[in-house]
Design a protein around this ligand. Structure first.
Ligand code: URP
Ligand code: ZN
Ligand code: ZN
Length: 471
């Protein structure tokens, strides 16, 4: 691969904003200088970034390509989902390999590696969902860390599916404390929630809105509290995934104020959408995810933005897990599985393509966060949290040349008509955003330019991640 010079742009990292030229040789950044011309630096190709921001490619540490859920599979494959991510300015994902009950964790990891191998448009890593904690799994957690899987997702939700009880969580946390990995927790009290779900269904309350009403925010707060205390007694590093509720945020703030190794992410759906989206009859199925969208009037959204401002929340990821409203061409019936029973609607929403532009517009554009904080929460902090920094998440000499050129004043409208995710609706249909991803480079190769995808499946390589740098 040759060399490439990005000229005349404003280079933005988590720590600074400068007018600079960026020289890329092969897959890496080799120089960042005030003026390439003054130094006589040239390259095989020049990209003019005048009037635009030059930012690190986005790092989305929570996606579910092809996730099996509720009798179907998340609609995006590793091929379609990573390509859509690239269109939206994300150049690295960390997806979730799954260990099912009775299966070895290593076998689950190998299965997911085989699904992704040769398919991805951008670099990818894996967390491991530990669905069966036993002596063998605990040993395999060490083997997985050696493979670059340095984080394990556990579920206090979904009894009978991915659920782990407190004893299993303690065992996994003890192992994580020993081998330096991170426990990523889905913190909702699934046992209590299922009582409310079954009571609602018994009353004939079958519409998607009851998904939101049954999964009470206080039960997210309770599970967050419990997981923090279990991390405290085991010494584990804890990362709360898809945090949606004030009650959970308050627990994270308290733990962080106590100096604990507790971190958390939220997702665009909790920052832009709310409980009302779950209304309107079965249309609300588009927005069924867990934790559910929350009541705006109760202040959840406002507090989440505040949490991002104060660094009580460190990361915005997507939890991209799309299911079609109609039938998917490969995976068949999706959201319709829950037409008469909200509990049978596959949980999850599309979003991997929208995260960077939504957060730029709603965060920087609306004056909630600086452009540097935008880069931090969408690229730098996730790369640090999950052991990929400084290879990923920044623009620095020696880093991978995963670079996005973003037009800060270009306005466009999000729509399923124009998106690239393999799903038949957009959760943000008709939303006008200012700030457009125009050029995307992955390891020095221009993969998006002039509204064209120039990459190929298999460009993306497996990332053997290191330990978290947030400790
Ligand atoms: O509704 C969601 N979040 N679906 C994906 C699985 C998970 O819990 O992250
Ligand atoms: Zn989850
Ligand atoms: Zn998820």
């Amino acid at each position: 691969m040759g060399s490439l010079l990005i000229k005349n742009g404003i280079v933005v990292t988590a720590t600074g904003t400068t007018a600079a030229d960026v020289l890329v040789r092969g897959s890496r950044v080799v120089a960042i200088v005030a003026s390439a011309d003054d130094l006589g630096l040239t390259a095989d190709r020049t990209v003019d970034a005048a009037g635009r921001l030059v930012i690190p490619g986005g790092v989305d540490v929570h996606t579910h390509m092809e996730l099996p859920f509720g009798g179907t599979f998340a609609a995006d494959t590793f091929e379609t989902g990573t390509r859509a991510a690239a269109w939206g300015g994300t150049t690295t994902i960390v997806d979730f390999a799954v260990q099912t009950k009775g299966e070895s964790a290593m076998d689950g990891y190998e299965r997911w590696m085989a699904k992704a191998e040769g398919e991805c448009a951008i670099d990818y890593g894996f967390h491991m969902i530990t669905g069966d904690i036993n002596e063998q799994t605990l040993k395999e957690m060490d083997m997985l860390v050696d493979e670059g899987v340095t984080s394990f997702k556990m579920f206090m939700a979904y009894p009978g599916l991915f659920y782990s009880d407190d004893g299993e969580i303690v065992l996994a946390m003890q192992k994580a404390a020993e081998n330096g990995s991170v426990i990523a927790m889905h913190a909702e009290n699934g046992i209590a929630i299922d009582v409310f779900v079954n009571q609602a269904l018994a009353r004939g309350e079958t519409d998607p809105i009851y998904h939101g009403l049954a999964r009470k925010s206080v039960l997210e707060g309770e599970a967050t509290h419990r997981s923090i205390r279990l991390a405290e007694v085991t010494g584990a590093t804890l990362y709360i995934v898809h945090l949606s509720a004030v009650e959970a945020l308050d627990e994270v703030i308290r733990a962080r104020d106590e100096g604990r190794k507790v971190f958390a992410e939220t997702c665009p759906q909790y920052l832009f959408l709310d409980l009302e989206d779950l209304g309107n009859g079965f249309e609300g199925a588009k927005y069924v995810c867990s934790p559910p969208l929350r009541d705006r009037a109760a202040g959840h959204q406002r507090r989440l933005w505040r949490g991002l401002q104060t660094n009580d929340l460190q990361v915005v990821s997507t939890d991209h897990c799309p299911f079609c409203m109609g039938n998917h061409h490969t995976f068949g019936t999706q959201k319709q599985l829950g037409r008469d029973n909200f509990a049978a609607i596959p949980n999850g929403m599309p979003g991997v393509e929208n995260r960077m532009e939504l957060i730029f517009d709603g965060g920087v554009g609306q004056g909630r966060i600086s452009v540097n904080r935008f880069v931090e929460i969408t690229a730098t902090a996730p790369a640090k949290m999950f052991g990929m920094f400084p290879q990923k998440g920044t623009i620095a000499v020696g880093s991978d040349a995963d670079i996005v050129i973003l037009g800060p004043n270009r306005t466009h409208t999000i729509s399923a008509e124009t998106h690239h995710m393999d799903v038949d609706y957009s959760a943000y249909e008709g939303r006008k955003v200012t700030g457009k991803v125009e050029v995307v480079m992955s390891k020095g190769k221009v993969i998006i330019e002039d509204g064209q995808y120039l990459g190929a499946k298999g460009d993306g390589e497996y990332l053997r991640r290191g330990h978290s740098m947030m400790l």
